[in-house]
Design a protein around this ligand. Structure first.
Ligand SMILES: [Fe+2]
Length: 489
């Protein structure tokens, strides 16, 4: 392997840091590398795998003002690109305004998600609750051939070259980028090249929805009025409908009136779903109601006759009520454990004729962070690839291939101490069958202190690795990832 060290940043974190989300599998990195002529330690890189796997993470460099939460780290992207049986790797911090300002100040300037916003040292900030650092560390998608890093509390979309991770600045959409920012989890329709997005805030109308063309033109931006401030995390779409949500877990209005942001779950409330024609107006929104829950991520949605089908992960215990087995150092982080939240695959069916919603549980397993073959996004899908979450910790130690037609679930397990990333499904060049392709992930191996890019056969994921490619150093566990085929770069 040829490795070129590009930069090393000063870390103000204590030596021997024991914070559970700044040590172990979440140990942050301070260096940026380029690597090529990669060491393939098992198998061979497929000749018919062409594109790039990108993964974001939370990678802090300074002590927090008061309290660190794993969603407060700075964004670091990892990219491995494939073509002609070869791979190249790069990792880079996302040069957000906040990251650059803190580098200059050599300290944290913004309050994290578990700190009061008034703790911020900086005089301006970002996010739905304001005065946060837009750390761009939640998600990454590729739109119009450019990688976009995003922040779940709403912020800028930071642009990078998807292969080299060269900094390309902020998204402007010709001056029409919304003042409210954009939340993480914008969706790409590979068939039209459009990007669909939403944002939310503490100010009426509390949510907006928008569409951006393949060429980066904002072609729709509308109000989605809600009864109050909400905390939507993800959205879904079909060929004709975009689906936003108003779920009964949100900032407690009484606390909010005093400037505090604490979550409250209204067990008597309903889960509300907004079905919006992709290019429709506010008055075109159709609302549906279902059982109360919180959903972090949707798998996909599609149209089926008179119905719109939505798959996602119903949290059966969204407030982590009754959790008592957490190790002391992980107290306060209970809601990061999808096993505690009891997040299980679930299906909602919205009938456009009757206005009714039917719903059903699809699995007994606790899983989350789903991925599908991106060509099926917004279209009927049969397979999803879901992460199994490690006990107590926000980290993944297994993978499930869920066949939604038969209900069968194939579990891929890894050696003790090996954690994987959100795993993408990369269609094989020229493939037609939905699961004809590769599952691509990054591992963090705590036993051997290494990281690898692991490639599995999506049709037979339990058959063992197609290839294992060594990375320059062990990388931290991560947040979201994406796959972009060479044709979309
Ligand atoms: Fe997310």
């Amino acid at each position: 392997m040829h490795v070129e060290l590009k930069s090393t940043f000063e870390s103000g974190l204590p030596p021997g840091d024991s914070h559970p989300y700044r040590s172990g599998v979440w140990r942050p990195q301070a260096s940026e590398f380029d690597a090529w002529d990669m060491d393939v330690v098992e198998g061979a890189i497929p000749e018919d795998l062409s594109g790039v796997y990108l993964r974001n993470t939370e990678n802090p460099l300074f002590e927090p003002i008061k309290r660190y939460h794993p969603f407060d780290g700075d964004a670091m992207l990892h990219a491995i690109s494939f073509g002609n049986g070869e791979a190249r790797y790069a990792n880079r911090f996302v040069r957000t305004d906040g990251f650059l300002a803190e580098q200059e100040a050599k300290q944290s300037l913004w309050a994290g998600i578990t700190e009061h916003p008034s703790n911020a040292i900086a005089e301006h900030g970002w996010g739905a609750r304001t005065m946060m650092k837009d750390n761009a560390s939640t998600d990454v998608v590729v739109h119009g051939g450019v990688a976009l890093a995003s922040f779940y509390q709403c912020g800028e979309l930071y642009r990078l070259d998807p292969r080299t991770l060269e900094d390309l600045g902020q998204t402007s959409w010709g001056g029409k980028f919304p003042a409210e920012g954009v939340s993480a989890h914008p969706k790409i329709d590979e068939h039209t090249g459009e990007m669909l997005f939403f944002n939310y805030s503490a100010e009426a109308p509390y949510m907006h929805y928008g569409v951006v063309s393949r060429d980066g033109e904002l072609t729709n931006y509308i109000d989605v009025p809600l009864p109050g401030p909400r905390l939507p995390h993800d959205m879904a779409f079909t060929e004709n409908w975009s689906i936003l949500n108003d779920l009964p877990l949100y900032w407690d209005p009484k606390a909010l009136a005093d400037g505090y942001y604490s979550n409250r779950f209204d067990r008597d409330g309903a889960s509300r779903f907004a079905l919006i024609p992709r290019h429709g107006r506010t008055e075109d929104i159709r609302w549906f109601e279902a059982d109360p829950t919180f959903v972090l991520h949707w798998t996909n949605a599609y149209e089926d006759g008179d119905e719109v089908v939505l798959d996602g992960f119903f949290q059966h215990n969204p407030t982590a009520r009754g959790t008592s087995r957490m190790p002391p150092e992980l107290k306060g982080f209970e809601t990061l454990d999808m096993n505690v939240l009891q997040a299980r695959a679930h299906r909602w069916r919205f009938n456009l004729v009757t206005g009714e919603c039917r719903e059903e549980s699809l699995s007994d397993l606790c899983t989350e962070f789903p991925m599908i073959n991106g060509r099926h996004a917004g279209r009927r899908h049969r397979y999803s690839y879901n992460a199994i979450c490690a006990e107590h910790l926000f980290a993944f130690d297994g993978l499930v291939k869920h066949d939604l037609d038969t209900g069968s679930e194939e579990v891929v397990s890894f050696e003790e101490g090996v954690f994987i990333s959100e795993t993408v499904m990369a269609p094989r060049d020229g493939s037609i069958a939905e699961d004809d392709g590769y599952l691509v992930t990054f591992t963090s191996d705590m036993v051997n202190d290494v990281s690898e890019c692991l490639i599995l056969d999506a049709a037979r994921p339990t058959d063992g690795p197609v290839a294992r490619i060594r990375l320059p150093e062990r990388i931290a566990s991560g947040t979201h990832s994406t796959w972009a085929s060479a044709a979309d770069l």
